[in-house]
Design a protein around this ligand. Sequence first.
Ligand code: ADP
Ligand code: MG
Length: 686
Amino acid sequence: MSAIRGDLLRKELSIFTFKDLLEHYPLRHLDKTKVEKIGSLSHGNDYAQIAGKLVDIQIVGERRSRRLVAYLQDNTGIVEMVWFQGISWMEKMLQVGNAYLVFGKLSFFMGKPQLSHPEVEIYTPQNAEGKAFLEPIYPTTEKLKAKGLTAKAIGKFTQELFKKISDKDLPENLPVHLLEQFRLMNRFDAFLQIHMPSSESNYQQAVRRLKFEEFFFAQFAIQLVRISRHKQSKGLLFEKIGPLFNQFYEHELPFALTNAQKNVIREIRKDTGSGKQMNRLLQGDVGSGKTMVALLSMLMAVDNGYQAVLMAPTEILAQQHFNTITAQLINIDIKVSLLTGSSTAKQRKPILAGCEDGTVNILIGTHAIIEDNVVFKNLGFAVVDEQHKFGVAQRAKLWKKNIIPPHVLVMTATPIPRTLALTVYGDLDYSVIDELPPGRVPVTTTHRFENTRSQVMDFIKEQLGLGRQAYIIYPLIEESSKLDYENLMKGYEEVKSFFPEPKYWISMVHGKQTAELKETNMQRFATKDTHILVGTTVIEVGVNVPNATVMVIESAEKFGLSQLHQLRGRVGRGADKSYCILLTGSKLSNDARERLKIMVGTNDGFKIAEKDLELRGPGDIQGTRQSGALLFKLANIVDDKAMLEVARNAVSEILEKDLELNLPEHQSLKTYIQSIRGKTGWSKIA
Ligand code: ADP
Ligand code: MG
């Protein structure tokens, strides 16, 4: 290959090595393996390859409709071929009386077969047999085409490459028992067949094998990280379940734990008693009771002489956790403090001192608690609530708050589909609360158009008459968006005119208020001082007012699925029947329509998350955007999730049995892993 072309391949398609070329997979294939009889061509053929004698050729039409028409005949019929471009060149090339092999897109005109712009070759006994494999069509770019590097030319390189290599150059990297168990094609054949398949079904098998390989090695890397962390990371040992935990559990617990909550507590107990550091992701749908799990875990830490922190993504939420937890711990001898961005210097001083000398047992707050000036005497347990609002970097900061890193429990109600969790958070251990506390009545969700708003307001009145409360939420796409705030204010005035004081009281919460004002307004709603809370998505996560039974979402078409689900989760938290009303304009995109349909159709956060993933694609899930872990060349975590599970299990089994890969059946795997670590073994394209 010339230097210029090599350069272009590198720049345009990131093809640097033979391996890159091998992994530059065809978009599709053309079937030139058969030579068809003209008489048997049917509408079922998109493309056709035929051989015959040229019997006539002529230029017809004027100007724009000027075209070259030629007729090819075999012993079963006659086919018309048409060219609108390159007319004079084709005319020179084609000779009446000669035999040709032609391939092109087939159509029928007045019942007669026609090939437009077919490829033409002189007929020879060799090509009369048809090609030995389906012809690959490669992705390319305009720049490459201009330099002659068409899809076909790239195909030539690939074919040349396959003439020079054998299965020794592409040795099997999966253990034979997996190939047998899952009927996977061997590696060399898979590469050969994905480029130049001898049949459609071989092509499918090749794709299947290579997808499996992608998942397998991605999982291998993730699981190795987790295992080595388990093995190496020394963790704080919580030796006992102590008096605080027991006293709380036996006398203060406000409700019986669900089995799911108990299981998670058990998992955490096991981890923290193992001497290794715990890094656990806890997923539980909105309202599943994650806060209680956090509280019980923190009590374990304090019983063992350690401090604990609970970090929430917003001030409102931190304050709420502080209120709930201090109320629940009223009879327990323990010091709980709150630290947020709006804590004054005067409030801060004793809290910081208490963290440093160990008198503060539990610190609740926003990311203010991970700032450098917050020093702990002996931090043993850190809970991160609503993890999707925090970055990995912030989590890492927590680790550094003690010489031996504290145990970390990351909680999220953003129901990450399992497949995604396995791929992105595969280095964390994973717990799930898959059960809601008993007595919850599912929220009824409806979609209404904006012109029925007055009926919706009447419905709210009815609910308020029963002593319940309501949320009305406006979209705030960007903190700085003037228009969004104007809409919110307009909405607020409108709601006020429907619900006049002093019969009704309304509080409003939005991002431009001071933390203090937000908190006051929230608090007035929580204590039933106000009937309606008008707000933006600042209340999206975590807020808990069980008496609220109506959630109206204005311009619901502007929200994403997971946001809608989070908002809906603010109601249905008590024993009363709750309602979520999605108000939209009349013009809806197909995607918006689909989202609304899903929301109306299900309350299941995990189903919604799966749908979200399907609609938006894996590249765009919150917090995972930069995660290379989701990007595979062939595999797709949505469409191929069953295979991902299979690959994941296969990897766990191998690593459990033979972590060092010493068994004879794992030697191919070991060799491969060593080779990709060093990244040698592949020569560069000249
Ligand atoms: P989330 O998982 O969304 O953070 P919370 O921890 O806020 O949920 O709990 C939601 C509500 O359910 C709270 O009012 C909480 O007191 C209540 N709750 C939690 N666990 C139980 C349980 N086992 N039985 C009854 N109510 C519970
Ligand atoms: Mg919560």
